[in-house]
Design a protein around this ligand. Structure first.
Ligand code: SF4
Ligand code: SF4
Length: 370
């Protein structure tokens, strides 16, 4: 790892490593610094890859949102100069406006925290935009981070590891990107610096910031777990200097629940999720998935899987029964034990849902669940 020991270097991210082309200076430098990763990364690059077994008609439904997302991830779209005249506004009023606009733009959850510099990447790793070259040092100077959560369609996510899940992920990432770009643009129009961070162009880790902003807690599966939607959501972030009122982290009982549960680890088709305890990651104790095992599975079966989302007991339809169950689970250890006992009795083992009619079925079987 490079940079501050607390920061994550985007070059070390498995997606950034997957992008590296043999023979390029970036490839040579990466495996000079990390020779232990070369064999597994070469193996990942040799696999069929996302979309390999998805029909052209369906794959275009995934590629179209990705195409637009890439355009609105360009450095001059996610960032820009603030208006020369500042609008005078109290932090309370600004917070109300920012949260309301975010929701109007499509965000299901909004929270605000200080921008913890430990959660900024130390160096650029993706090679999407020439203006942001591989290895460039990253500095996020803003004081505040607005975390935005976007719910995914549970029926589509539960087709995972078939490609209905992948379609939904791409679409919701686009929504999260559009909202973050428009919200950052709004703040700059008020005369304050602001930058959008979304799937095509992050300078930071959105999950720990969302935890600090009170959207939920980090689960065993490596995703944010929220009381409202479980882990069935995607995130984007806006960082800014506009003075805002911060939210507080929440304790909804995820630590205790995930300690007892392990359902996602049992059904993960690549055994990427640990059944053990938390480990020390850059000075923080947390659950850590194995991203190489996870991405290898994606590239082997040609979809981004999502079984750990569809199988999580927190990820249930938004109805009175499940809202009550989540509320109760947040408050008492005994109710968590009871819910964990009864959940498999009611729902059984995870089984992917059938793809909807508007997607072409796959001929092979990806997941038996046994
Ligand atoms: S996406 Fe699939 S392979 Fe990756 S951790 Fe989740 S369940 Fe495992
Ligand atoms: S499936 Fe269970 S262990 Fe995994 S994230 Fe959800 S609650 Fe935690």
């Amino acid at each position: 790892m490079s940079g501050s020991s607390l920061q994550f270097d985007e070059r070390d991210n498995v997606f950034a490593r997957e992008d590296l082309k043999p023979g390029t200076p970036e490839y040579e430098e990466m495996y000079r610094r990390h020779p232990q990763w070369k064999a597994c990364d070469d193996h990942i690059r040799s696999l069929p890859g996302l979309g390999a077994y998805v029909s052209a008609a369906d794959m275009a439904m995934f590629n179209a949102p990705s195409w637009l997302m890439e355009r609105i991830g360009a450095p001059d779209i996610v960032d820009g100069q603030p208006a020369p005249e500042r609008v005078e506004i109290t932090p309370e009023r600004a917070t109300m406006k920012v949260k309301s606009l975010a929701r109007r733009l499509g965000s299901d959850l909004v929270g605000i925290s200080l921008m913890n510099p430990a959660y900024a990447y130390s160096h650029r790793g993706r090679m999407i935009y020439p203006e942001e070259p591989w290895g460039e040092k990253i500095t996020v100077g803003h004081r505040y981070a607005v975390s935005l959560g976007f719910r995914e369609d549970l029926d589509l996510v539960r087709t995972g590891p078939y490609h209905g899940e992948m379609m939904e992920t791409g679409l919701v990432y686009l929504r999260s990107a559009v909202t973050s770009v428009a919200l950052a643009g709004y703040i700059r129009m008020l005369g304050y610096s602001a930058r959008a961070h979304h799937f095509r162009n992050y300078q930071l880790l959105p999950v720990p910031l969302a935890v600090e902003a009170g959207l939920g807690e980090l689960g065993r599966c490596g995703f944010l777990l929220t009381r409202e939607f479980g882990n069935c959501l995607r995130l984007s972030t806006v960082t800014t200097d506009l003075p805002l009122i911060c939210d507080r982290p929440v304790d909804i009982g995820v630590d205790d629940f995930c300690n007892r549960c392990k359902l996602c680890a049992e059904v993960c088709p690549s055994q990427a999720i640990s059944k053990g305890g938390k480990v020390n990651v850059r000075g923080v104790m947390k659950w850590q998935i194995d991203p190489v095992k996870c991405l290898s599975y994606w590239n082997r079966v040609g979809t981004d899987c999502g079984v750990c989302i569809g199988s999580c007991p927190w990820t249930e339809p938004d109805n009175t029964f499940h809202r009550t169950a989540a509320k109760v689970a947040s408050k008492s250890k005994w109710s968590r034990i009871f819910l964990l006992w009864i959940y498999p009795i009611i729902y059984g083992k995870y089984r992917p849902k059938t793809l909807p009619d508007w997607l072409n079925p796959r001929a092979d079987t990806l997941f038996s669940g046994d």
